[in-house]
Each structure stands twice: as C-alpha cells, then as structure tokens.
Design a protein around this ligand. Sequence first.
Ligand SMILES: CC(C)(COP(=O)(O)OP(=O)(O)OC[C@H]1O[C@@H](n2cnc3c(N)ncnc32)[C@H](O)[C@@H]1OP(=O)(O)O)[C@@H](O)C(=O)NCCC(=O)NCCS
Length: 150
Amino acid sequence: MTELILPNDTNTLGNLLGGRLMHFIDLVAAMAAYRHSRTHVVTASMDHIDFIAPVHVGDFLILKSCVNRAFNTSMEVGVTVWVENPIAGVNRHVASAYLTFVAVDAQGRKVPVPRLEPETDEEKQHYEDAGRRRDQHREESGRRQGAKSI
Ligand SMILES: CC(C)(COP(=O)(O)OP(=O)(O)OC[C@H]1O[C@@H](n2cnc3c(N)ncnc32)[C@H](O)[C@@H]1OP(=O)(O)O)[C@@H](O)C(=O)NCCC(=O)NCCS
C-alpha cells in the first residue's frame, strides 16, 4: 500500500502523526488478514512500535504486510513501513510491527482460519518467530491476570 502524505496527515512541523501511521499499519495488515481468511477480521492486538525516522509531507509511505502464521481463529501479520522521498528517490525504513487479527463471521462469531504452510527459509523463520511471540504474549497476559487477582 502506498500513501502520499498530505498536510492533513501531519503535525505542526509537517511530520506524519504517529496515530496516523498506526492507522495505516492497521489497514495494510487487515488487508493481508482478509486475503488469507477470506472473511471479516478484527484487530486483537498490535505490538510495540518504534518510530525510527520521520515522514514529511510530500513523502510516499510504502507499507508491506504479510501473514506470518495462522493459528486457530487468529493470524499474526507482520508489517514493514518505508518512506520514499519522491524527489531524491531515497528510501528509509520507518517502522515495523506485528499485529494479531481474529477471523469472525458476519455475526462477529470467531471462525477458524485456513492453515498456512511456510515454504521458503524466510517464511519458515517468520512462522517460527510468530509462534514464539504468541507464547510470550500469552505468558505476559497470564502474569498480568495473576497480578490483577492479587
Ligand atoms: C479479539 C476478540 C475477537 C477475541 O475474542 P475472545 O472471545 O476473547 O477470544 P479467545 O480468548 O477465545 O481467543 C480467540 C483467538 O484470539 C487470540 N487472541 C485473543 N486476544 C488476543 C490478543 N489480545 N492478542 C493476540 N491474540 C489474541 C487467541 O489467542 C485465540 O487465538 P486462536 O483461536 O488462534 O488460538 C475479542 O476480544 C474482540 O472482539 N475484541 C475487539 C476487537 C476489536 O474491536 N478490534 C478493533 C477494531 S477492528
């Protein structure tokens, strides 16, 4: 997905707003999740994001998304974001994020997602890493729940 950054997307310095970037990340990730599941999806989580480089008005924002792993009803999607200055023709990495989407039917009930078989070495690596992140996320959620009940 490529976006031309306009004044309405920016702060008073002419830089892309963080919340607007998160919105674009959510959209491009949802598109990958829709294409994989071929049903409605809702965002369950978005992980930590570092804003590595500013994006200025007039820049092109280039977002790439990919389903890393499908679980039962959920999918992890990875997003990488690049900025291109169309005059200088220079590209820079701006941010990366992992999001989890849950597939639902038209009534909002969770539905299973198709399996995803990684083929290339890179896909296999993303698949394994997604499993590790899910285990870690569940561990942290469990700890938070435990702390709340004390
Ligand atoms: C996300 C949501 C559907 C999960 O429903 P739930 O009944 O709590 O789900 P469960 O605990 O049964 O988990 C369902 C799946 O979602 C995953 N999941 C749930 N919450 C999650 C979270 N915060 N982060 C990552 N994965 C999550 C579970 O691991 C499980 O995966 P699996 O089926 O692949 O094993 C529900 O919390 C919801 O509707 N949230 C609001 C979503 C929303 O409005 N998003 C923003 C606008 S799109």
